[in-house]
Design a protein around this ligand. Structure first.
Ligand code: ZN
Ligand code: ZN
Length: 366
C-alpha cells in the first residue's frame, strides 16, 4: 500500500514516454524499472531482444530474454554469460519495478522479440531488429499497438525493396543446375541467415547435404534442437574440399573470398544479404551470385509497420535514420533519430574485402 504513495503512476502528472525509456551511454534505459534494453555495455539488469552480438552481449548481471535467445547466448558465450537469467515467455506480462513488460515476436531470427514497456497507460515498444517477410525459422512479427514505436532503419531508404526469398533461392538452384561441376559457396551470417537459407532450400525441394563451414555448426545444431528441420548438414572436412563438386557450402561472409573457399572445385561465390540489393556493391565485392535475402524490414515494411502500430511518435535507433524520420514527418508522426552507436554489426554487414592472407593453419575451423 505504502508503495503506491511514492509510485509515479498514482501521481497526477501523466507519464511521458521519456519516463519509460531514455537514452544513456549504455543504451536505452528504463528509470522506472531500472533496466536496460540491449545495452552495449555490461549492466546490472538487461532485457535482450535477440541473440545477435550487437544486441546480446556477455557480462550482464541479470538477463531477461526469450528461452531461445538465452540458449543462443549460452551457445555463443558459454553458460556463464551472465550471473542470473530469467525466461520471458511470449505474451506474458512481467512486472519489473514500476513498469510491466511484455515480449512479442519480431520475426528477425529464432527467439527474436520486441519488448513492450508500459506504465500509467503509456506504452513504448522496442522492436529490436525485425522483419515482416516470412521466415520458416522463426515466429512472424506481431504488431503491438503503442504510443511510441522504437524502430531500426537498416534498410530505411525507398530504394530498398526486397524481392520474395523464393525467387532468390531459385537463382541458387538454377545456378546449381547450370553448373553441376562447380561448388556454390554461399556467405551467410552464422545466426539466422544461414539457417534461413537452409530452410528455404529445403522448402524448395533441395534434399542433398548442405555443407557447413565450422563456424556455422553450433548454431545450426541449436536450431535443429529447437525443432527447425534443416536436413543433412555435414561439416566441411578441409582435406575433402576438392571433391565437393556441385555442392552447396555455407560459410561466414568473411570466408567467401579467402583461400578457404578457393580449394573447392571452381567455386561460384554467392552472398545472402539485403545489401545485395545494391548491384554495384555485389560487383565491387566480387560476388558472382548475389542473393537478396534480408532479415531486416525493407522500406515499404518499415513504413507499413509504423502505420500499423498507430504510434504517434517514432524513435529511430540506427541505420538510415534520416530518411525514415523525414517520412514520419510527412505522415504527421513525430519522429527523432537516436543515432545509437554499437548496433548494425549483425550479419547484414558487407562481405569483407578479399584478404591476401595465407591458408588457415591445419586444425583451424574448416
Ligand atoms: Zn539482429
Ligand atoms: Zn542489430
Amino acid at each position: 500500500m505504502g508503495e503506491s504513495l511514492r509510485s509515479p503512476i498514482s501521481s497526477p502528472m501523466p507519464l511521458r514516454a521519456s519516463d519509460l525509456l531514455t537514452l544513456t551511454r549504455e543504451g536505452l534505459y528504463c528509470p522506472l524499472g531500472r533496466f536496460y534494453i540491449d545495452p552495449t555495455w555490461p549492466v546490472e539488469r538487461a532485457l535482450i531482444t535477440h541473440g545477435h552480438a550487437d544486441h546480446a552481449r556477455r557480462g550482464h548481471g541479470s538477463v531477461l530474454a526469450t528461452p531461445e535467445t538465452l540458449r543462443i547466448m549460452a551457445t555463443r558465450y558459454g553458460e556463464d554469460f551472465c550471473t542470473t537469467r530469467q525466461e520471458a515467455r511470449l505474451g506474458e506480462t512481467i512486472r519489473i519495478g514500476e513498469v510491466s513488460v511484455r515480449y512479442a515476436p519480431a520475426g528477425h531470427v529464432l527467439g527474436s522479440a520486441q519488448i513492450a514497456v508500459e506504465a500509467g497507460g503509456v506504452r513504448v515498444v522496442v522492436s529490436g531488429d525485425y522483419k515482416r517477410a516470412p521466415d520458416p525459422t522463426c515466429l512472424p512479427f506481431e504488431v503491438v499497438p503503442c504510443d511510441v514505436f522504437i524502430t531500426e532503419a537498416t534498410f530505411g531508404l525507398p530504394v530498398f525493396r526486397m524481392p520474395p526469398t523464393e525467387e532468390e533461392v531459385q537463382k541458387l538452384l538454377d545456378s546449381l543446375a547450370l553448373f553441376p561441376e562447380r561448388a556454390h559457396i554461399v556467405g551467410a551470417y552464422a545466426l539466422g541467415k544461414a539457417q534461413r537459407v537452409m530452410a528455404l532450400l529445403r522448402k524448395a525441394g533441395y534434399d542433398r547435404p548442405i555443407y557447413l563451414h565450422g563456424a556455422m555448426e553450433k548454431l545450426t545444431e541449436l536450431y535443429k534442437r529447437e525443432g527447425i528441420a534443416l536436413g543433412e548438414t555435414p561439416k566441411v572436412v578441409a582435406t575433402e574440399r576438392g571433391s565437393l563438386k556441385g555442392a552447396v557450402v555455407l560459410c561466414p561472409p568473411s570466408s567467401i573470398q579467402d583461400l578457404w573457399s578457393r580449394k573447392f572445385p571452381d567455386p561460384v561465390t554467392s552472398f545472402a544479404s539485403g545489401w545485395m540489393r545494391v548491384r554495384a556493391r555485389a560487383r565491387q565485392k566480387g560476388v558472382e551470385l548475389p542473393l537478396v535475402i534480408s532479415d531486416h524490414s525493407d522500406w515499404p515494411d518499415l513504413c507499413r509497420t509504423i502505420r500499423e502500430t498507430g504510434a504517434g511518435e517514432v524513435w529511430v535507433t540506427h541505420g538510415q535514420e534520416d530518411a525514415l524520420v523525414h517520412w514520419c514527418g510527412t505522415q504527421g508522426i513525430k519522429a527523432k533519430p537516436l543515432h545509437m552507436l554499437g548496433y548494425g554489426d549483425d550479419g547484414e554487414a558487407e562481405p569483407a574485402e578479399a584478404p591476401e592472407t595465407a591458408e588457415p593453419a591445419p586444425g583451424e575451423a574448416a
